[in-house]
Each structure stands twice: as C-alpha cells, then as structure tokens.
Design a protein around this ligand. Structure first.
Ligand code: ADP
Ligand code: ADP
Length: 232
C-alpha cells in the first residue's frame, strides 16, 4: 500500500552535506499500523515531510498504490497528496472554525459540492464519535476531541494512507488510549495503512502492528511488534 524504498534525505552539498535519512526501507499494508519510533533528532520530522510530499527525498522512492510519488512534477503533487491524510501534533485546528468547518476545509479547497461536503462531514463526525460536537469551536473541545476532529479532517479526502505525526504527544494517558483505540478502529473499518510517527515507545506498544526504530536517520531494528517483544 505504501512502500518506502532506499529513502535518503541529505541537506547541503559536498563536504558540508548532512545525511538526515539514510536509505530507509519499509512497507505498510492496508489494515496495518506501522510505527516509526525514535528520539529527538532521529529524523522523524524529515521523514514525515517526505511522506507528506512536502520535502523531496534526495534519492529513493515513496510508492503508494503502485505509483511512485516523490518524483512527480509539482502540478501532479497536489493530486497525489490526497492519498495521504495527515494528523498533526495537537491537531492543528483553525481556532475560528467549528469542528465541522475544520473537517470541511480539504473538501472546500477541492471544490467538492456543498451538499456532498455536508454529508461527508456529518459521516466523518459520526465515525470519530463527535456527531454531537459539530458546531463546537476547538477551545470548546477537550484535547482528545480536538484530535478526533484532526483525524476526521485527515480522512476527508478518503486517503488510503493515514500519516500520524506525533498525534498523541502531549495527551494524557487515558486520552492517548482513546485516540489509539480510534486509530485501530479506523485501520480495520477503512482498511487504512497507518504510518504512526512518534517518540513515545509506550504508545507504540499500544497502537502498532509493526515497528521500526529510527536512530540517527537509520532504521536500526524493525519487525512485527509481537516478534520484537518476544525477542527481548
Ligand atoms: P526529529 O523529528 O526526529 O527530531 P528531524 O527530522 O527534525 O528529527 O531532524 C533530524 C536531523 O536533521 C537533526 O540533526 C536536524 O538538525 C537535521 N535537519 C533537519 N532539517 C534540516 C535542514 N533543513 N537542514 C539541515 N539539517 C537539518
Ligand atoms: P463499502 O462498505 O460500501 O464497501 P467502504 O467500507 O469503502 O464502503 O466505505 C464505507 C464508508 O466509509 C463510505 O461512506 C466511504 O465514504 C467511507 N470511507 C471509505 N474509505 C474511507 C477513507 N479512507 N477515509 C474516509 N472515509 C472513507
């Protein structure tokens, strides 16, 4: 579903070049949550931006549904980005828009018909358990509810890949558990390939099917979570 092949990102040139991601390889199937876990400075943000198609890799490829995306010309990138929905740390909602308006934004931006937008937003609110909060502004919602809105917004364009960028960081343990439960439910119901990027190993243990440990831009260990746990 999403395959990362020999993904390398370097900044600068010649002797000043710094390799931030060094030949990463992994693949995430539909219906699978794949966690990338690593400490600060490991390269998580850079990886996120490459998968998001906001940064171009120096070399290597990102293949979604069989199509190589990272080297597409600029004008085709916008379309390609629809296949990847991103959930951001602290949800990153627009504070002057309601939950429903935040979820509608990607649809409005694409020029989806208002009637269709309304129906899809209502469905997404239900899906994340916020059918009763459509008209609430972000400050009227709890941290967990805001993150649910962020997840619904990420799903608005029906992506096949959901990219979670520190989505549970800063949430308390109970709220984290409920967001994790929602992600697992969505993985199953929508058959999503979820890439879950985090510095929190505790959360990885709750959420992931498979995991890669990232250190200094390299994957130092990876595999099914159950296998990694029984090996140690
Ligand atoms: P993480 O998100 O895991 O903390 P980052 O991807 O932010 O890691 O950074 C990984 C490394 O890449 C760090 O050493 C950082 O200084 C370096 N880095 C990130 N962006 C740039 C850039 N634009 N130019 C040079 N180095 C960068
Ligand atoms: P069906 O059950 O008819 O095969 P799906 O399971 O694919 O349909 O989808 C059920 C509902 O979930 C549909 O209304 C569809 O719009 C929605 N949906 C499917 N995939 C996604 C996705 N990736 N993101 C958001 N909504 C989705």
């Amino acid at each position: 579903m999403i395959r990362i092949d020999q993904l390398t990102k370097a900044y600068g040139h010649g002797p000043d070049a710094v390799t931030v991601l060094d030949k990463l390889d992994f693949a995430v199937d539909r219906g699978e949550i794949f966690a990338v876990v690593g400490p600060s400075g490991a390269g998580k943000s850079t990886l996120t931006q490459c998968i998001n198609l906001l940064e171009r890799p120096t070399s290597g490829s990102i293949v979604v549904n069989g199509q190589e995306l990272s080297s597409l010309p600029e004008r085709q990138l916008r379309e390609a980005r629809r296949r990847i929905g991103t959930v951001f740390q602290s949800a990153s909602l627009f504070s002057r828009r309601t939950a429903a308006q935040n979820i509608a934004m990607p649809l409005e931006y694409l020029g989806v018909e208002p009637r269709e937008t309304k129906a899809r937003v209502a469905e997404l609110l239900e899906r994340v358990g916020l059918g009763h909060r459509a008209g609430h502004y972000p400050h009227q919602l709890s941290g967990g509810q805001r993150q649910r809105v962020g997840i619904a917004r990420a799903l608005a364009l029906r992506p096949s890949v959901l990219l979670s960028d520190e989505a549970t960081s800063g949430l308390d343990p109970e709220t984290t558990r409920s967001v994790v439960a929602l992600l697992r439910e969505l993985r199953d119901d929508l058959d999503l390939a979820v890439v879950f990027i985090t510095h929190e190993m505790d959360t990885v243990l709750q959420v992931a099917d498979s995991v890669a440990k990232l250190e200094h831009g390299r994957i130092v260990e990876s595999g099914r979570l159950v296998d990694l746990l029984t090996d140690h």
